[in-house]
Design a protein around this ligand. Structure first.
Ligand code: NAP
Length: 285
């Protein structure tokens, strides 16, 4: 299996990355360093994770050359309108202490995201960002964004795990030459996913762990994965997914686990959308 995938603008993106959602800023530098030492070459952060500075420090202190690292961050809704979007991108570059970002995503399809998308197009053309994409967008919203803009998103990062495989969205994204990326690829360790009997049996057959099976299943269906762990042994384990192959029958068995159990979509009530839309993070320098 290839360790990278080519985006629709020719940029190469690693297929396994390390996500830092909910990792406190003071722990982030250490664990990102461990991830880079393990071999991860994609790091996924966001302005809203409040740990971009530590991610940037870990990258700058690492012996891995910058051009071998694929750094993703995300713009939060509070920065979508007016001139704020471009200013926020410069703010992210400053917090990360980087000359460029490899992939910049719109974190949520909320607020003035058309304005924000045009700012992303502009900074990609200016060379501050190598590729641009979206996150948590429904496919119809991606399609609409494509129709009304110049550059199509290269990636849509959505919640994808065996209990919420998003088969239709994954298929549509792949047909549209947009890479599906799994946020929360281990189901955030919820709903008994690590003790699921089907996954446990398949893991046993391959002498692998349930976590490795979940990640491998997504990789074999063309989905980039960005697992998070703060434990070094698990950081290593989650990267050890290139030495085995699930059979077609096993892939189908896992596809059949769909419980339509999306944590994030469950949050999308009118009240929480108002809360998210009004949420202001204090990450400004
Ligand atoms: N765009 C979005 O809105 C969005 C939303 C969610 C996530 N994401 C991205 O996706 C990344 C991953 O998602 P996530 O952090 O929500 O959840 P996740 O990776 O699905 O699961 C993380 C949970 O699983 C545990 N875990 C990790 N590896 C394990 C292993 N090998 N064995 C047993 N338990 C293991 C972790 O615990 P320990 O840390 O204690 O090991 C943690 O509780 C995020 O960091 C973020 O970059 C994006």
């Amino acid at each position: 299996m290839e360790k990278t995938v080519k985006l629709n603008n020719g940029v190469e993106m690693p297929v396994v990355g390390y996500g830092v959602f909910r990792i406190p800023e003071d722990e982030t530098k250490k664990v990102v360093g461990e991830a880079l030492d393990t071999g991860y070459r994609l790091i996924d952060t966001a302005a809203g994770y409040l740990n971009e500075k530590a991610v940037g420090q870990a990258i700058n202190d690492s012996s891995v050359p910058r051009d071998q690292i694929f750094l993703t961050t995300k713009l939060w809704v509070q920065d979508y309108a007016g001139d704020n979007a471009e200013k926020a991108i410069d703010g992210a570059l400053k917090r990360l202490d980087q000359d460029y970002i490899d992939l910049l995503l719109l974190h949520q399809p909320m607020g003035d995201y058309y304005n924000a998308w045009r700012a992303l197009e502009k900074v990609q053309k200016a060379g501050k960002v190598r590729a641009i994409g979206v996150s948590n967008f429904e496919s119809y919203q991606v399609a609409d964004l494509i129709v009304h803009n110049e550059i199509a998103p290269a990636v849509n990062q959505i919640e994808i795990n065996p209990l919420n495989p998003e088969n239709d969205n994954v298929n549509w994204l792949k047909e549209s030459n947009i890479v599906p990326e799994a946020g929360g690829p281990m189901g955030q360790a919820a709903n008994g996913i690590f003790t699921n009997p089907v996954l446990t049996e398949i893991a046993k057959n391959h002498h692998k762990t349930v976590g490795e099976v979940m990640l491998r299943w997504n990789l074999q269906r063309g989905v980039v994965v960005i697992p998070k762990s703060v434990h070094e042994a698990r950081i290593k384990e989650n990267f050890d997914v290139f030495d085995f192959e699930l059979t077609d029958a096993e892939m189908k068995q896992i596809d059949g686990l769909d419980e339509h159990n999306s944590y994030f979509k469950g949050l999308l009530t009118p009240d929480t959308v108002k809360t998210l839309g009004n949420m202001k993070f204090d990450y400004q320098n």
